[in-house]
Design a protein around this ligand. Sequence first.
Ligand SMILES: Nc1ncnc2c1ncn2[C@@H]1O[C@H](COP(=O)(O)OP(=O)(O)OP(=O)(O)O)[C@@H](O)[C@H]1O
Ligand SMILES: [Mg+2]
Length: 257
Amino acid sequence: MQVITISGFKGGTGKTTLAALIGVAAVQDGLRVAALDLDRNTRNLTNFLTLRRASGLASPDHVMLMDLDRPAKRKSGKRLEPLVHMARMDGYDLLIIDTSSGAQTDIYEAHLLADVIITPMNESPADVHGLFTPPKAQSAPQNNYRDLIDTVRFDRMRARMPVQRWHVCRNRASALPTRIGRIISDQIDNMAAETGFDSSWQLRDRVAHRAISLDGRTVFDEPADGHLTMSEIAGRSEVRAMLAELTGLQYSVSAAA
Ligand SMILES: Nc1ncnc2c1ncn2[C@@H]1O[C@H](COP(=O)(O)OP(=O)(O)OP(=O)(O)O)[C@@H](O)[C@H]1O
Ligand SMILES: [Mg+2]
């Protein structure tokens, strides 16, 4: 089983959208998928999965952290480990953990236990600053994401755990080339070389992705009018490209559901 933790420095970058899309794509490809929503404030992933179930759509299984409403005390740790163990014993192929911004112990543990970390970001200088500013820099954010990643890497190394993969996904990318897009792209590539993440992932800004919380329907589900738009077909293939890298499975891109 692979544990995939989706996280980031600030809100609204597309963590839940990515968790939802990857989860549904994997289920459609016959994988057994469990999903854990660590966002106590919004419960957006929980809401998405509830909507899907109500619409009769195949979904990842929703895994609950029973005492999520009680914030974990710092250093108390190890609330997720038994849950991950259970999911592994239950034969799941993927466990997808959606997080919120913040520095709670649960979030740290979700990173520590991850085989793969996926960090969506928007093409903006604020996102680059928030994600990659070294902890000791004068302008470093209080909740330092890079510090979190460095700490997790160090702690895993000490525990002799394998090196985890880290993918940064440029989300809501514009279809048109822009100056700011080019600048951010260069900055991300430089940071990738320095901090060791994979910068090749991208999700375009699409109405279909924004609409997933209407009734839980994604680009992978049969559209209400039976016709897939070009954008929805492209939306499928961009998510499948990510899933292929995650699972090592190969997909042929087609318009068929
Ligand atoms: N590729 C995309 N195309 C269009 N809209 C998107 C895309 N990705 C995300 N969005 C929209 O951006 C908003 C934020 O996305 P989402 O809720 O997934 O972010 P988040 O990182 O989970 O936010 P939070 O930190 O609040 O949990 C939502 O309205 C979502 O529909
Ligand atoms: Mg979210």
